[in-house]
Design a protein around this ligand. Structure first.
Ligand code: ADP
Ligand code: MG
Length: 291
């Protein structure tokens, strides 16, 4: 990780950095920005602290950040510690009742708490919640054969709007619930897009563990810096995207078509990636905008 720090800059350069941020601060004042936090950025303690700083800075200059987090690797790690053997059906992971319990405990009880506390040491504004709270995320089984893996039926943003109106920072674990109270584990990329659309967010930002969308997954210099939602459809159809990048891109398209201004895929391994994207002229990662 780079140790470069603004304190190592000469005063005129420091002033330039701050002045460059001004138009962005003005433009995003009062605007909702949904940040999906995942991948290795979440597992590295130092990076997690910088992420918390970025979120607090956004809030402090009048933006309204909403954090949505994943936690697949953390769920897998606890399952392994408990000696639980993952079950696959036609190549897809099955979430039985025990697996759902572990997912819910890890996401709501551990990952969510860690993010909330990292923000709250900087200022007491973060509030953790799951999609089960106040009817926030209504879910349905994606495929009954896969157990309790859910799709989003509807997002009721009222609880988030109330928290934002109180100037708080919502931190969301993506467990949803059906009308009978059955919980489902929902892909955090998909949930973040649905939440961003329901909140009419200005931006949806995915922090992940690659520099952005790559035209060749094996070549980190093959970054695709910008694309429209129509171009994105062609990418998804073209077969050059695999694994976790598929729900991410599909979610970007859904969010932008749902009225979100822009979606971004950024490298969460870069210290302060969020600040660089939001407050500087530097275009980092992949930006997806309307056609
Ligand atoms: P996250 O935890 O952030 O959701 P994922 O592992 O689910 O991360 O998704 C990101 C991964 O998608 C990358 O690490 C990369 O291995 C994979 N991927 C597949 N195709 C591409 C592509 N064309 N460009 C970039 N990443 C890709
Ligand atoms: Mg993923």
């Amino acid at each position: 990780m780079s140790s470069a720090n603004i304190t190592t800059l000469a005063p005129p350069q420091k002033a330039a950095v701050l002045a460059e941020a001004l138009p962005y601060i003005r433009r995003f004042w009062g605007k909702v920005v949904v940040v999906k936090y995942g991948g290795s950025a979440m597992e590295d303690r130092a990076l997690a602290g910088l992420f918390a700083q970025d979120v607090m800075l956004m809030r402090s200059v009048g933006m309204r950040p909403v954090v949505v987090h994943g936690g697949g690797p953390q769920i897998g790690a606890l399952m392994a510690r408990l000696g639980m053997v993952p079950e696959f059906r036609d190549g897809l992971r099955v979430t039985d009742a025990d697996t759902l319990d572990v997912a819910r405990m890890v996401l709501v009880g551990k990952v969510n708490r860690d993010i909330v506390s990292a923000i709250n040491v900087l200022g007491p504004l973060a509030v953790g919640l799951s999609g089960e709270d106040a009817g926030f995320i209504q879910a349905v089984a994606r495929n009954p054969d896969l157990g309790f893996v859910g799709d989003v039926v509807q997002v009721n943003p009222s609880i988030i709007e109330r928290l934002l109106a109180q100037e708080l920072i919502p931190v969301v674990a993506t467990i949803g619930s059906d009308l009978h109270g059955q919980a489902y584990n929902i892909n955090a990329d998909v949930a973040a897009a649905a939440i961003a659309a329901a909140l009419h967010a200005e931006k949806l930002v995915y922090l992940t563990d690659v520099v952005g969308l790559l035209s060749d997954v094996g070549d980190p210099t093959s970054l695709v810096p910008t694309l429209t939602v129509d171009e994105l459809d062609a990418w998804l159809a073209g077969g050059k995207v695999s694994g976790g990048m598929i729900p991410k891109l599909a979610s970007c398209a859904r969010a932008v078509r749902g009225g979100v201004g822009q979606a971004h895929i950024l490298d969460g391994r870069v210290p302060h990636a969020l600040l660089l994207e939001v407050f500087t002229n530097e275009g980092i990662g992949t930006m997806i905008g309307p056609s």
